[in-house]
Write a protein that binds this ligand. Structure first.
Ligand SMILES: NC(=O)c1ccc[n+]([C@@H]2O[C@H](COP(=O)([O-])OP(=O)(O)OC[C@H]3O[C@@H](n4cnc5c(N)ncnc54)[C@H](O)[C@@H]3O)[C@@H](O)[C@H]2O)c1
Length: 457
């Protein structure tokens, strides 16, 4: 969908109006292309005292061909000879050693001189520990403080720079690769102000041999794949090497076939709310592919009304598609072992499921329920060497959001740290990240792809 306002705002006259009205000008975000370098410039790696992940980070970056600057930067004014200070595509801060609130000042000292030296579409990643794993109350408070720092710095960042916190479980330092690469790469263009947790990868978990085709030889099924975000997910999973089974209702058959042809995949026409849908899906996957490696629950509907004006049928339809169907399908996939050992499930939740939405009691209930589903199944998936995670999109440019009235649409589009709506591909990239075998150390996460909403949660 052409974003006319964006074009207007980035024209010279538009920029003037924007400044007068103090509307943020949307920066152009660096997005992923196959073969692209992980970072378009050097990465600065710094650490607070006692940190444990600087070494592993440096190894990951070096293996990825990134130039690592591991030096103390204590001024933002640059070299004494008047040359421009060096600028960085990423700044990575090891804060795992922070154990008391008094230690937090080190983060000010490490970040203050360099925040203005980050290039456009830059990346700032802070690494800490899960606060609840802390040995004592002061360590827990200090680690929890990292979240406030990260979320605020995300709101201060300019020119498409994103800021994230990665909570690394002790002993999982060697399993950081997939998460760190995703957050540094252009694949995470529309993810900011988020907390991602990395646990210990199950024994025997795959190392990625090819980071540009992490899904080679994998079979994935995507529900609601005929259009919008689902079609983008099918494209990105196929680009990353997967055979994609594109699933949608029979009424979407033609559009579904077009997507499947485009991505070299196959189709399955199925209403996921049908009583026999889980069984039919299992039969299809077993007969044609002997099982499945990646399941993406993307199909979703809205029936927005305030609760006072909502019919029971509107409530039931939304819960049935968005929540009950994924629950029943996952039960059957797990019960029958159709989801192969090490398999990954990714659920498409929504910002509404986290922050709530006016007129969306049914929708938000379904999407919050999906997060509960992810949390409940995460231990089971870990036992099987796999994972289940949720991706929660904010305002994404699709037919659904194009149909919104102008005022709430423009409001939704602009009111985030990146001052623009996301693209379906941005959601798809986050899903592809969780779908990759090398990312199984990330389990039970809810990752927002929302440019960091400025209001609500
Ligand atoms: N667009 C956004 O801004 C946004 C924001 C947050 C979350 N989401 C979520 O992302 C997902 C995709 O959204 P979208 O904007 O692409 O929507 P969309 O309406 O364009 O696509 C949804 C697809 O799901 C299919 N579907 C619906 N009911 C089905 C059923 N019973 N069985 C099989 N398929 C069914 C539809 O036919 C359609 O192809 C949804 O879960 C939605 O809730 C979207």
């Amino acid at each position: 969908v052409a974003d006319l306002l964006q074009q207007l705002l980035t024209s010279p006259i538009g920029r003037q109006i924007t400044q007068t009205l103090s509307l943020p000008t949307p920066p152009e975000l660096r997005r992923y292309e196959p073969g692209q370098a992980l970072l378009p410039g050097p990465a600065l790696v710094v650490g607070a005292r006692g940190g444990a992940v600087r070494g592993p980070i440096t190894s990951i970056l070096t293996a990825a061909g990134v130039e690592v600057v591991d030096a103390h930067v204590d001024t933002d004014s640059g070299p004494a000879d008047g040359t421009d200070p060096q600028r960085f595509a990423a700044v990575i801060v090891d804060a795992t050693g922070i154990e008391r609130s008094e230690d937090l000042g080190q983060l000010h000292d490490l970040l203050h001189p360099v925040v203005k030296r980050v290039l456009a579409s830059g990346r700032i990643v802070v690494l800490g520990r899960p606060p609840e794993d802390a040995a004592d109350p002061s360590a827990r408070a200090a680690q929890r403080a990292l979240e406030g720092l990260t979320r605020s710095l995300g709101k201060e960042a300019r020119e498409g720079t994103t800021v994230q916190l990665v909570e690394v479980v002790a002993g999982a330092e060697a399993d950081l690769g997939a998460a760190l690469r995703f957050l540094l790469s252009a694949r995470s263009a529309y993810v900011s102000g988020q907390v991602l947790r990395v646990g210990r990868a199950p024994a025997g978990a795959a190392d990625a041999s090819d980071w540009h085709r992490p899904l080679a030889d994998q079979v994935a099924v995507v529900t609601g794949a005929s259009r919008g975000i689902g079609a983008a997910i099918a494209r990105v999973l196929a680009r990353d090497g997967a055979h994609v089974v594109c699933l949608d209702v029979p009424a979407q058959g033609d559009a579904l076939q077009r997507v499947a042809n485009e991505v070299g995949g196959t189709t399955l026409q199925l209403d996921i709310t049908a009583a026999d849908a889980p069984q039919r899906l299992v039969d299809h996957l077993r007969d044609r592919h002997g099982g499945v490696d990646v399941v993406v629950h993307n199909a979703g509907i809205t029936r927005d009304r305030t609760l006072a004006n909502m019919e029971r049928s509107g409530w039931d339809a939304v819960i049935a598609v968005n929540l009950t169907a994924p629950e029943r399908i996952d039960d059957e996939l797990l019960r029958t072992g159709t989801l192969r050992e090490g398999g990954r499930i990714v659920c498409v939740s929504s910002m509404a499921g986290i922050a709530g939405g006016k007129g969306q009691t049914n929708y938000a209930a379904s999407k919050a329920g999906l997060i509960g589903h992810v949390e409940a199944l995460a231990p089971q998936l870990a036992e099987r060497g796999g994972s289940i995670n949720a991706v929660a999109p904010g305002f994404i440019e699709t037919d659904m959001t194009a149909a919104m009235p102008v005022a709430p649409r423009e409001f939704g589009r602009r009111m985030n740290s990146l001052s623009q709506g996301g693209q379906p591909v941005d959601v798809a990239e986050a899903i592809a990240f969780f779908a990759a075998p090398a990312a199984v150390a990330c389990n039970g996460n809810v990752l927002r792809v929302d440019g960091q909403h400025l209001i609500g949660a």
